[in-house]
Design a protein around this ligand. Sequence first.
Ligand SMILES: Nc1ncnc2c1ncn2[C@@H]1O[C@H](COP(=O)(O)OP(=O)(O)OP(=O)(O)O)[C@@H](O)[C@H]1O
Length: 341
Amino acid sequence: MIELTHIKKTYDTGRARVTAVDGVSLSVEKGDIYGIIGFSGAGKSTLVRCINLLERPDSGRVRVDGVELTELSVPQLREARRRIGMIFQNFSLMPSRTVADNIAMALRHSALTPEKKKEKIASLLELVGLGERAESYPSQLSGGQKQRVAIARALANDPKVLLCDEATSALDPQTTRSILKLLRSLNEKLGITMVVITHQMSVVKSLCRHAAVMEHGRIVERGTAVDLFSHPQQPITKSFIDTACNVDSLRDYLEDQTERKAVTGGAPVYLLTYAGSETSEPLMANLYRLFGVSANILFGNVDFVAGTPIGRLGVTLSGENEAVSRALAYIKDRRVTVEEL
Ligand SMILES: Nc1ncnc2c1ncn2[C@@H]1O[C@H](COP(=O)(O)OP(=O)(O)OP(=O)(O)O)[C@@H](O)[C@H]1O
């Protein structure tokens, strides 16, 4: 559905030349929810704004639903953009217009009759759970409700693609969950392809099937959300995952050598990460049964990523040195990742 090829975008700030996107290629399948994660300034927004040519890349190709956008005339591009909805962190609603009028703005070039437009607006508001708020003004709505209006507006022209730029970053955790749930249901009901920019791995965790990690204008790692969560390769991906899965708290705790000695008795701490069916194996029991090695659990966390459980355990292992080595080899054989902390 979306094909970006060797996208490069630089900005001339007067004093310096900033390379915001540095030769990125990205392919997003129809119906996918694709996350783009990275720290502030990594180039996520610029990359996503290249998908609808809100930013025109210096070089590279942008193909959406089989159409090469960079080759279109201005009127053709305007038409093509209607098939690409976008929502933002700050909602971008017109404060002086009602909810219904905000959505109507997106339909001003539509061929629908005024009657049909009214029906369309009502059904869009129904879809986002705001059937009763057509005549409210944005100032009368909560942040979550404003984002729902923005989503309804983005869907007005039946887009095939929805771009979400930090859509939940300004919302509290509970409202974030409800907006992510809405986006998931729209993806299921409408089959709409979504690209979701975020600096929070928790958004990737609960929404995305695939994701790419950006750093300094480049994609440094990409894959299924399950793979990124269970077998992150790059340091930046690991650090995002550690934060999302609370491993940070264990690392912080172990940094204090006195605390560390008190809980581990000086034994090494291993972080075991396992995904999917690997979780069902009674691993700890087997370590004792097969090797006489017992595990002392210091930390445990299970996340569900795209419906797959991914577990993390922080353990010390006690037993004969030789037995512990064999136990570690046994664990690794079961596709459990072992990291010494
Ligand atoms: N219009 C602009 N003019 C000059 N520099 C820009 C412009 N837009 C972005 N940049 C620069 O390009 C780089 C990438 O910015 P971008 O907003 O794409 O990153 P981001 O990952 O989306 O970060 P954030 O989450 O903070 O928005 C940054 O160094 C930024 O300062």
